[in-house]
Design a protein around this ligand. Structure first.
Ligand code: KG4
Ligand code: ZN
Length: 341
């Protein structure tokens, strides 16, 4: 069955047409240029931009696939978590499609959808391997840092979460403190490539202490070092800044890989997933690959474009929900800005 998926939970408007795990067509429109000057996502601006884009995203996706709405067998939309005004745009549009076409609509949890993104493939390409359930998944994005035990695509249990900032948020806030732009993840990574990760001492918060995370102290340490070494008077891209970026990134990556390993060992799984925006980070991917292949665990990573928000992951999980009749929405369904998995 062809499933049309829609996503508008934060600052990307996206649509995709998916059959099972195969993505036939997808379009993502990022709003980054609108939000960058504010140093973060402005909810009101996000909602308006979603409204302007959503219909075009659906049309472009169908055009790309050379398909009409009549070939779509089911609909999926991000119901939460996310910015409520942003969520309502795709949700309202999807309800309209559902009513007019008489198609079932699945309400998808965005974070859970991220966790299954490694198992997507594009039409005409080799399929990635099947998920080996049970598995442990780490979802690391701008809004979330959570560890899950998944017994199947619909059987998720939360093992740990951040007690304060999400990992992506820590990247973004630290980048801001270092005078870099927004969003900070990729900018920090670019600087860190030529920095010394051992140059500055950074804490590894909650190391060995359960499966929850805490990143706000790291951000404070970045601020302390930045001030102590007078980096605000250094030229952009100075070696000291590169060293600070590398030291910070290394601490975040160490903690993420460590907690994922603790969870995987505790639950005796054979496959682990890292997904979400921060999973695009090259240092995280490389360190995790080194560590988990040494332990004989299968590491499943989405391709970088499916680490960020997209409609394909929504259509994929939505398709599974439609097949099981799980969380099929009626016209009264509401957005769920806070929706624990
Ligand atoms: O999943 P995502 O696109 O949106 C949310 O659901 O939050 O994640 C965005 C987050 C941002 O905080 C961004 O700074 C971070 O992912 N990010 C990265 C990288 N690329 C994006 N963090 C570290 N390294 C990267 N290469
Ligand atoms: Zn996301």
């Amino acid at each position: 069955m062809l499933v049309l998926g829609l996503e508008s939970s934060c600052d990307e408007t996206a649509a995709a047409l998916v059959k099972g795990r195969v993505v036939l067509a997808e379009v993502v429109r990022s709003q980054l240029d609108l939000h960058r000057v504010y140093g973060g996502v402005v909810p009101e601006i996000a909602s308006r931009a979603h409204l302007e884009a959503v219909e075009a995203m659906v049309r472009e996706t169908l055009d790309q696939a050379g398909a009409g709405l009549s070939s779509v067998g089911g609909l999926a939309v991000t119901q939460g978590p996310g910015l409520v005004g942003a969520l309502l745009v795709a949700l309202g549009f999807a309800k309209g499609l559902s009513m007019s076409l008489g198609l079932p609509l699945a309400g998808v949890n965005h974070v859970q959808a991220h966790a299954l993104a490694p198992f997507l493939s594009r039409a005409g390409e080799d399929e990635p391997r099947e998920p080996g359930f049970p598995l442990v998944a780490l979802v690391v994005s701008g809004g979330h840092t959570s560890l899950f035990l998944a017994s199947g695509p619909l059987g998720f249990r939360t093992l740990g979460r951040t007690l304060d900032d999400a990992a992506g948020e820590a990247f973004d806030k630290s980048a801001k403190l270092m005078g870099l732009g927004y969003p900070g993840g990729r900018l920090v990574e670019e600087l860190a490539v030529s920095g010394d990760p051992g140059a500055f001492r950074m804490p590894r918060p909650l190391w060995g202490k359960g499966l929850d995370f805490s990143f706000s102290g790291l951000k404070t340490q970045v601020q302390t070092v930045y001030r102590q070494y007078g980096m605000d008077s250094e030229p952009a891209g100075s070696q000291a800044l590169r060293d600070l970026a590398a030291s910070f990134q290394s601490a975040v990556v160490d903690v993420l890989v460590h907690k994922l390993e603790l969870a995987a060992v505790a639950h005796g799984v054979r496959d682990v997933v890292i997904a979400g925006g921060v999973a695009a980070n090259g240092e995280l991917r490389a360190k995790a690959l080194g560590r988990f292949s040494g332990l004989g665990l299968g590491l499943c990573l989405p391709r970088p474009s499916w680490c960020a928000d997209n409609g394909a992951m929504i259509a994929h999980l939505g398709g599974i929900q439609l097949a099981h009749g799980l969380n099929i929405l009626d016209l009264g369904a509401e957005a769920r800005p806070r929706w624990p998995v």
